[in-house]
Design a protein around this ligand. Structure first.
Ligand code: G3D
Ligand code: MG
Length: 183
């Protein structure tokens, strides 16, 4: 069985922990506590007969000390880069996260996620939302697929992990192509 470390990236508050919980537990907790340090969850994925275990890492938004970030990034084989579609600053900040990741680990497969899609119907329409078109163009800069999602209503969440699985299956088709766990 192949094993891959997958990283969540993005500013505090964009919904990384909620997306992870929604995916692995199928739940959404309104009062989820902010992650302290690093958490992870493991899951089995499959795609056209290809199977792997993903170990998905989630970090605290305030974790920005250089040494901790390089520990967090080390051996990451794919990343889920998340912004909040209701907050433009979270998309700008993601640029920084991605370039630090690519500097440390090379251009690993990436999926860009615009989270909180459910708020389109809730906040006033005058609110400066990040449109799917702008999200897609942002993701294209990295050759990455873009998914608008909601940890709250669950929309788009399976798609994020389908993309991650497919990208890993393309890069590591057989166990012989499987990378060492770390390094
Ligand atoms: P983080 O792990 O990226 O820091 P969290 O983000 O998962 O802790 O989520 C931060 C806040 O955003 C939480 O609210 C959470 O409930 C909310 N949230 C996460 N995903 C969604 C979503 O898809 N839609 C909506 N409407 N809210 C979401 P609180 O109030 O606990 O700070
Ligand atoms: Mg968190």
């Amino acid at each position: 069985m192949m094993f891959f470390k997958v990283l969540f990236l993005g500013e505090g508050g964009v919904g990384k922990t909620s997306l992870l919980k929604r995916y692995v537990e199928g739940i959404f907790t309104e009062d989820m506590k902010q992650t302290v340090g690093v958490d992870f969850a493991s899951c089995e994925v499959a795609c056209d007969g290809w199977e792997a275990t993903l170990q998905i890492w989630d970090l605290a938004g305030q974790m920005h000390f250089r040494d901790l970030v390089s520990y967090y990034f080390a051996g990451g084989r794919a990343a889920i880069a998340v912004f909040d579609i209701t907050m433009l600053t979270t998309m700008d900040a993601l640029e920084d996260w991605i370039s630090r990741l690519f500097n440390a680990e090379g251009e690993i497969p990436l999926v860009v996620v615009g989270n909180k899609g459910d708020l389109r119907g809730v906040l006033p329409s005058a609110h400066p939302f990040i449109s799917p078109e702008v999200g897609r163009r942002f993701a294209e800069k990295y050759g990455a697929p873009y998914v608008e999602a909601s940890a709250k209503d669950g929309s788009g969440v399976p798609k994020i992990f389908d993309h991650i699985t497919r990208l890993l299956a393309e890069r590591y088709p057989t166990p012989e192509d499987s990378p060492p766990l770390f390094g």
